[in-house]
Design a protein around this ligand. Structure first.
Ligand SMILES: CC(C)(COP(=O)(O)OP(=O)(O)OC[C@H]1O[C@@H](n2cnc3c(N)ncnc32)[C@H](O)[C@@H]1OP(=O)(O)O)[C@@H](O)C(=O)NCCC(=O)NCCS
Length: 223
């Protein structure tokens, strides 16, 4: 069934139909975390690499070709990632001149960048990543409505326009331990089984999250 849908997706000339097929595939695969077919479509047809267990809204109209997402990321609705600007130093920024669709040129003439996103990165609602950004470190958080213009360090929380560092999720020694643990290489089942190991690193258990005070940044004993 999924193979048939993938075939239909690949051979359908109309974008609208393709989008509907894509939605059906996602639904059939059981939601965001289990979508191997849509992952393979994103890779094969849009050159967007989506890591294991990365979940959320990956809209091919909004996420630039060539983007690579690590594992266990979360992508909120209306996340935009751009890999080129309209040419600011050419006599016009109008697409007529540079977009092959309009007939002036027959190949892509814009310099394209490529964004590599680490593991466990959370993109807040309506965040915008500009072409000047090549790298987002593991564990980073991009606040809602941030406009990101620079690379982001691991576990930094950035927000605003232009985005600035609001803070870090953890202190440097906790960040080092998390990075060394490479927990994001585990399968979902292994991660659930071994979660207390990683909870110890940050000094917070999943059930502590219910208490708003204990889940505030800087509140746990290990930080
Ligand atoms: C980034 C975020 C996670 C920070 O949460 P937090 O660590 O609890 O931070 P706080 O609310 O304590 O705010 C810390 C500071 O960051 C600022 N801040 C928070 N969110 C911000 C945002 N989106 N843009 C700019 N600044 C922001 C606060 O004003 C505060 O500044 P101050 O210290 O000068 O008072 C959260 O604000 C956010 O943007 N979440 C995204 C929600 C979302 O998009 N959900 C989509 C569904 S998954």
């Amino acid at each position: 069934m999924l193979n048939l849908l993938k075939w239909l997706y690949c051979n359908s000339p109309m974008e609208k139909i393709r989008r509907s097929i894509f939605r059906i595939i996602r639904r059939l695969e059981g939601g965001y975390y289990y979508e191997e077919t849509s992952r393979s479509i994103l890779k094969q047809y849009f050159n967007i690499d989506v890591g294991y267990s990365t979940a959320g809204f990956i809209d091919v109209e909004k996420i630039a070709r060539g983007t690579v997402f690590g594992n266990y990321c979360g992508i909120s609705e209306n996340t935009y990632i751009y890999n080129a600007n309209h040419p600011p130093r050419y006599f016009t920024t109008n697409a007529l001149m540079f977009n092959p669709r309009f007939g002036c040129v027959n190949e892509d003439v814009l310099p394209r960048t490529k964004l590599i996103v680490g593991h466990d990165v959370w993109f807040g609602l309506s965040s915008i990543i500009l072409p000047s950004v090549n790298n987002i470190g593991n564990g980073a958080i991009i606040a809602a409505a941030a406009v990101v213009t620079k690379n982001i360090e691991p576990y930094a929380i950035v927000g605003g326009n232009p985005a600035r560092v609001i803070g870090y999720r953890f202190n440097q020694s906790v960040i080092r331990e998390l990075e060394e643990s490479k927990w994001w290489l585990l399968s979902r089942a292994e991660l659930i089984k071994r979660r207390t190991e990683f909870e110890k690193i940050v000094g917070l258990s999943i059930y502590d999250l219910k208490n708003p005070e204990s889940s505030k940044r800087g509140s746990s004993s290990s930080r």
